[in-house]
Design a protein around this ligand. Structure first.
Ligand code: NAD
Length: 487
């Protein structure tokens, strides 16, 4: 919900059934990264707002948990229809505040809709087990009950989809939910929550609390909040995991990534290059599933890089709203500084920039970095190990599949990886031995659908139960075992 005050739109929070500016002291401009235009002001919430939201969510939960699950999913069916009707509007808001291309933004919204579809299956998903006569005359069954008030803290790069990994499942399972989206991109999740309310969700079941670190800290400490879902960078994920656990909450904290793309000498090169373009440079590399390290095995490096650099240089960089653009801006000037800093460090540590995106024509807003390929990167170089989160691909070479697997397994991260090959044997061996949670074969991005878990490993995930799929049902419910004997 936006209100206009002195010609500037203000993005409100939704607390205790009311859209209003929260009581925090910070006001933040929301800027279109492509052109520097101020889109809105975001008033941040403070700890007092979180307390009000948590209490309202708790009061709503006492009633919501009693609503039969078949009735709880009805607003979600209507929500799905409203999201579908508004894909273009949502995509446009998303592109303007985040920078990704309109096509990519609309795809993100569609992936979010799939989450709602799966959550609508909660009557089946929540079913328990039963076994009669576990002992003479004794029957046993399990039921799943909601855990209470849950909270979600989300990153800037998927402002429509990532919140939808969380609250449709939580709400359908009978919980109430507080969402704290990234303060960089609050307009998309706000519009999505408006649609959820338009779909008839009772007021207290969802709360939207905008802000930054102060809000997160208040959420982690609040005694009425029972579960925390976090998606963001690894250092923050680690803090959230520790703090939430220290306050007795269940927590799932999805972190950052450094994803390897392994190309075997028998890979189908034209298709492989197209897949790598999408993986490394789509969304300007600001995806936790973006390919970031290219491992060229055997003698594939020269023909692969020839094709790849030609294609990378041809990608159009610009405003994501413009037709034909493949690579939008980074989310802000701080992010550009960080990405350019990594490229400089890569070159200083011995790599060659065979495609250099540091200077992009007409970058008045100072936020564009074009596709960049760093060749001859050493396995221990900073650009081979740390998450850059920009359109930068570091190329390493390996003699054999074994060497490639060793390289990939030496990473601190384990979000996703893809092997490109026409050998079923190599693919099978790679899928089995690699220590990564989501593994693709000849894929652009091995992003799991809503009914499978988003299964990062190592520093890419802190917790036990992953986001969406059956894990979400387990995360947002508590099991109860019922044993019965009748005389
Ligand atoms: P971020 O960690 O900076 O912010 C994520 C959330 O945490 C935001 O809501 C932010 O307000 C809050 N936050 C930031 N610093 C905090 C602090 N010190 N204490 C408490 N809360 C804090 O992440 P980002 O820059 O918004 O998003 C990009 C990162 O998210 C990348 O590392 C990317 O790989 C990761 N990501 C991971 C996944 C996944 O599924 N594993 C998905 C999307 C993004």
């Amino acid at each position: 919900m936006s209100t206009v005050i002195a010609d500037v739109a203000v993005t409100s929070s939704y607390i205790a059934g009311r859209w209003a500016a929260p009581e925090g002291k910070t006001q933040q401009p929301i800027v279109n990264p492509a052109n520097g235009e101020t889109l809105a002001m975001l008033p941040h919430a403070g700890a007092a707002d979180v307390d009000r939201a948590a209490k309202a969510a708790h009061a709503a939960w006492l009633e919501w948990r009693e609503v039969p699950v078949v009735d709880r999913v009805q607003p979600l069916y209507r929500f799905k229809a409203l999201l579908e009707k508004n894909v273009t509007e949502l995509g446009t808001i998303l592109t303007r505040e985040n920078g990704k291309t309109l096509e990519d933004a609309k795809t993100e919204v569609k992936r979010g809709i799939q989450m709602v579809e799966v959550a609508c299956g909660m009557p089946s998903l929540m079913m328990g087990d039963s076994l009669n006569d576990v002992a003479k005359g004794i029957d046993c069954r399990t039921i799943r009950q909601p855990i209470g008030v849950c909270a979600g803290i989300t990153p800037f790069n998927f402002p429509a989809m990532v919140p939808l990994w969380m609250y449709p499942f939580a709400i359908a399972a009978g919980n109430t939910f507080l969402l704290k989206p990234s303060e960089r991109v609050p307009m998309t999740p706000t519009r999505v929550v408006e649609l959820l309310l338009d779909a008839g969700l009772p007021a207290g079941v969802i709360q939207l609390v905008h802000g930054g670190r102060e809000v997160v800290e208040a959420l982690l400490e609040h005694p009425l909040i029972k579960g925390i879902s976090f998606v963001g960078s690894s250092p923050v994920a680690k803090i959230v995991y520790k703090e939430a656990a220290a306050h007795g909450k269940r927590v799932q904290a999805l972190g950052g990534a450094k994803n390897h793309l392994v190309v075997m000498p028998d890979a189908a090169l034209p298709q492989t290059v197209e897949a790598i373009m999408g993986s490394a440079f789509g969304a300007a590399g600001q995806r936790c599933l973006a390919g970031s390290v290219l491992v060229a095995v055997g003698d594939v490096a020269e023909p692969l890089l020839d094709l790849l650099v030609k294609r990378a240089k041809a990608l159009k960089v610009g405003d994501g709203m413009d037709a034909g653009v493949s690579v939008g801006p980074l989310v802000g000037q701080d992010q550009k500084k960080r990405v350019v800093g990594y490229i400089e460090r890569g070159v200083a540590e011995g790599a060659t920039a065979i495609c250099d995106g540091r200077s992009v024509e007409a970058d008045a807003a100072g936020v564009f970095v074009g596709p960049t390929v760093l060749d001859h990167v050493q396995p221990n170089a900073t650009v081979a190990r740390e998450e850059i989160f920009g359109p930068v691909l570091s190329v390493l070479r390996a003699e054999t599949l074994d060497d490639a697997i060793r390289l990939v397994n030496s990473s601190d991260f384990g979000n996703t990886t893809t092997i490109y090959t026409s050998s079923g044997k190599a693919a099978r061996e790679y899928q089995s031995r690699v220590e990564v949670g989501m593994v693709g074969v000849n894929m652009t991005v091995a992003a799991p659908m809503a009914f499978f878990p988003f299964a990062g490993w190592k520093n890419s995930f802190f917790g036990d139960l992953h986001a969406h799929g059956k894990d979400a049902v387990s995360f947002y419910t508590e099991q109860k075992v019922l044993m019965t004997r009748w005389f």
